[in-house]
Design a protein around this ligand. Sequence first.
Ligand code: NAD
Length: 342
Amino acid sequence: MNILITGGAGFIGSHVVRHFINRYPEYRITNLDALTYAGNLENLRDIESKPNYSFVKGDITDSDAMEALFREGNFDGVIHLAAESHVDRSISNPTAFVMTNVIGTVNLLNAARSPWAGAYEGKLFYHISTDEVYGTLEQGTGIFTEETPYDPHSPYSASKASSDHFVRAYYDTYGLPAVISNCSNNYGSYQFPEKLIPLFINNIRHRKPLPVYGKGENVRDWLWVVDHASAIDVIYHNAKHGETYNIGGHNEWKNIDLIRLLCSIMDRKLGRKDGESAELITYVTDRAGHDLRYAIDSGKLQRELGWTPSIQFEEGLEKTVDWYLDNPDWLERVTSRAYNLN
Ligand code: NAD
């Protein structure tokens, strides 16, 4: 099996690459990544010398480069994670999100189609997406299923929704074997510290303010990134083509409750007095168009393909805090951009 993983130098992508490299030493894994601010090859130091791994620096918005890569690569499958992924950045620069998430995905779909040339047996285009495409839910009621109509509100979620529609359109129109999964918020090691959990861990370390949007009432479902990687493995190998699978942890947290839990874990780990980190909480103006609540039903994936998350949130969060505290050099280099200056 010869698989192209896009965005493999990012947060989730690096876990997916690591999972496939270690679990399937007989597979060839090619990691394609443009190494934007979010892409960091240091995330893959432990597996980069494995014989079944190779890296290609390339931009999915470059259609000629994608066509050439697929002509030469002879890939059986694609797991597509490369994206602009941060909602706040999508509000300040939406066009970058259209370019990478929409045009980039269409370039990959086109590039995959031509060498496979309709001989689709054993081939798969697997598109990784988000629960944010479904829009927002009332507090305390409702849950996203695979049938929930799309209703994106941020430029990020609109671009991901658009890319999902293109993947389905290529399945329906050209018969391109395709699968989509929509996952809730991931947390874990190697996440760029602009996202809530690593940002707050880093700020608490440096006794910097913890900016909480609005009143911190927004609710998100959280899944350990290692469990997302295992779900991607199960879906890649067993999914019915043309299907969509929701992935989540059945683990809803109000932002402010999650932040207070994180603060208390950090107080304990850093030997600070209980409540010290929570004093850093600073309420800031709410994000424009901020979705109130996401909750995701991953029952289809559990029933049909037998996947379940491996750990509880509190345990995963402890492991995550330990990883960032054990890897201060990674945090320093990422926040100073030292990894990305050449
Ligand atoms: P990330 O921002 O950490 O990583 C994205 C990676 O894509 C980076 O390595 C970056 O260099 C690369 N990339 C960006 N633009 C590119 C381009 N034009 N060409 C090639 N590579 C490019 O993102 P992430 O959090 O790891 O998310 C990965 C995927 O999972 C995304 O598709 C995202 O929408 C989806 N997702 C993320 C979450 C989450 O909680 N983070 C949840 C559900 C789905």
